[in-house]
Design a binder for this molecule. Structure first.
Ligand code: 2HG
Ligand code: ZN
Length: 462
């Protein structure tokens, strides 16, 4: 069956590069979640948009399910192929295509890594401002598929804000040219925006035209040691009032312990329960004075016990590593990840409730809190004890996620702030979206991919 299918694919798209070795099937069949056993049919690596279209025409004809694949750094199982799907990797479509100085746009192929996008923008003296730790290996197409957020959302917003146009291959192999980088376009439904965050279930993004912006101002990075969890939102308010924040991120002593064990440099002699790393615009005396005033106000109020401000780019990077290195340092512990958000104004009440809830629910596990506090987005990672079976661990964690989902519903939050629903969170979609909205989402999927070929089982079943 497999051989005859692949023979027919080969006849339909003769130049298509295909991989079928066991090692490749495993490598391309999974993302950073390690919960599913990869089991793809094969890996297709098209070298052109026309080949992507031809593969989808073939998939439609033969009812073959397809998992679009970027850098596979996703944390929700969105790029997992565990049920004999064809993985369609955009890896070879990884080039910048054009830059327009008047429009201030950069058009790139979907498989281009985020860091390469940053560099291409900087070569033109401009900035693509969405940024996060996986920048070296994630792809812009994957960022679009999850509406990725990251560490600069507080200043620049999510990926959605920066997509001026998209080229998308549909389930039956048509090519859509969406919005064509228009700033104003009041001509009906904006399918470009619908594609952003659709997790590969509505179409395959093959090209993106990205909006660029001015280079960021000179900045300073400050690391703060906080005395209590309650201080967190107070410190945020004190800094936001006085400074133009580029980032405001938090993590706990347990997160710090893991990053230090992974080679980061210890920032303070003493251990403190909570930390904030913040980056803000500087460059003149008034801004420097404002930063000192924010720091001193927090010290005086008893919210901050210690602090360090970067004196060089190298030190800024060292401080950032304490936050950006967390995910990698936790990976060996196969964490169960929560990626939740509430409105910023709801954060204090939600934090208090969640801390109590998880403290009671998880006495037996190590729980690591960190995240984009300035966006109302928390990452709560539960670490698997080495001697516990993965299935038992996930089952225990799911019980707690049910409670977390209830709390989120009460606080009108989201079960997935920026990682996507994928396979991991689909049972909780209804904590964030109402029944009528989910029915509409299903209807849209049905209209755009009636045979359910694209990324099946992600977001919702069928
Ligand atoms: C981050 O903010 C990423 O570092 C990963 O979104 C979060 O590992 C996580 O849970
Ligand atoms: Zn994050």
């Amino acid at each position: 069956m497999t051989d005859s299918l692949l023979d027919s694919l080969h006849s339909a798209v003769p130049e298509l590069r295909l991989k079928t070795d066991a090692g490749d099937l495993e490598h391309y069949g999974r993302d950073w979640t390690r919960r599913w056993t990869p089991n793809p049919l094969a890996i297709a690596l098209p070298g052109s948009v026309e080949e992507v279209q031809a593969v989808m025409r073939w998939a439609s004809e033969h009812a073959v399910k397809v998992v679009p694949s970027g850098g596979r750094t996703g944390l929700s199982g969105g790029a997992v192929a565990a049920n004999g799907e064809l993985v369609l990797s955009l890896e070879r479509l990884n080039k910048p295509l054009s830059f327009d100085r008047v429009d201030r746009t950069l058009t790139v192929q979907a498989g281009m890594p985020l860091e390469a996008v940053h560099n291409a923008a900087r070569e033109e003296g401009l900035e693509y401002p969405v940024d996060f730790a996986a920048r070296g290996s994630c792809s812009i197409g994957g960022n679009i598929a999850t509406n990725a957020g990251g560490i600069r959302v507080i200043r620049y917003g999510n990926t959605r804000e920066w997509i001026a146009g998209l080229k998308v291959v549909t389930a039956d192999g048509e090519l859509l040219d969406l919005n064509r980088a228009l700033v104003k376009n009041s001509s009906g439904y904006d399918i470009r925006q619908l594609m952003i965050g659709s997790e590969g279930t509505l179409g395959i993004v093959v090209e993106a035209t990205l909006r660029l912006t001015d280079p960021p101002p000179p900045t300073n990075v400050m690391l703060l040691a906080l005395t209590s969890f309650e201080a967190l939102m107070e410190v945020f308010a004190a800094f936001r009032e006085r400074l133009q924040l580029e980032a405001f991120e938090f993590f706990t002593d347990i997160a710090l312990k893991h990053v230090l064990a992974h080679g980061a440099v210890k920032p303070f002699d003493e251990v403190h329960p909570y930390y904030v790393v913040t980056e803000f615009a500087t460059g003149d005396e008034a801004k420097e004075a404002a930063a000192m005033a924010a720091f001193e106000a927090c010290m005086e109020a008893g919210w901050v016990a210690d602090g360090v401000i970067s004196q060089s780019d190298a030190q800024a990077q060292q401080l950032w590593r304490l936050r950006e290195g967390i995910t990698e340092s936790l990976a060996p512990h196969v964490p169960y990840k929560n990626d939740v958000s509430v409105r910023i104004s709801r954060m204090p009440a939600f934090l208090e409730e969640t801390q109590k809830l998880l403290g009671e629910a998880y006495p037996q596990f190590e729980v690591v809190w960190f995240g984009h506090i300035g966006d109302g987005n928390l990452h709560i990672n539960v670490l698997k004890p080495a001697d516990m079976a993965q299935a038992d661990f996930v089952r225990d964690c799911e019980q707690v996620t049910k409670l977390l989902a209830q709390a989120l519903k009460a606080h009108e939050g989201s079960i997935s702030a920026e990682h996507g629903i994928g396979l991991v969170k689909k049972n909780y979609l209804d904590s964030t979206r109402g029944p009528a909205e989910i029915a509409l989402m299903r209807g849209i999927r049905q209209a755009m991919d009636p045979a359910g070929l694209l990324n099946p089982g992600k977001l919702f079943d069928a």
